[in-house]
Design a protein around this ligand. Structure first.
Ligand SMILES: [Fe+2]
Ligand SMILES: [Fe+2]
Length: 152
């Protein structure tokens, strides 16, 4: 293994114990998912991607960035935003919320802010971890939208 899965899972577990993180469960996402389920999915896919490409990552940074990348905490339907508007706006909202509620460092902040790149033109992933989350997010969203529905 290239990275330490125990450090990674412990960082995820710690975040998942927080009721503010678990609140993401209330917000539907990609029709078949919710923000919490999607974020866990992205976190697992991010670690798997790093492992399969033998990319050494900072486990804690990747865990925080992946799990909080969609910490925008609003209902897309009720927001009245178009898909495009939500797509361009939610990384900033997620980042503002993450800064308010958690001690996110600059690297973690960039992961959250740039995960929709290239939609967010000027917010480019600036680390291996940010690139991984951006790719894993697109992969998971694609699976959630087009994949077979599974009861998991
Ligand atoms: Fe997102
Ligand atoms: Fe996402």
């Amino acid at each position: 293994m290239t990275n330490d899965v125990e450090i990674y899972k412990n960082s995820l577990r710690e975040l998942l114990r927080d009721p503010r993180v678990r609140k993401m469960k209330e917000y539907a996402q990609h029709k078949t998912s919710n923000s919490l389920k999607h974020s866990i999915h992205v976190a697992m896919a991010s670690f798997d991607l790093a492992e399969s490409l033998h990319i050494k990552i900072n486990e804690e940074v990747l865990a925080v960035g992946a799990l909080l990348h969609d910490y925008y905490l609003y209902d897309i339907q009720e927001s009245g935003f178009s898909d495009y508007k939500h797509g361009t706006k939610h990384p900033k909202t997620a980042l503002d919320n993450a800064i308010k509620d958690f001690q996110v460092n600059r690297k973690e902040q960039n992961i959250i802010r740039s995960h929709m790149w290239p939609l967010t033109l000027f917010h480019i992933p600036r680390s291996k971890e940010a690139w991984i989350v951006s790719v894993a997010d697109k992969y998971c969203a694609f699976k959630e939208v087009f994949g077979k529905r599974r009861n998991k």
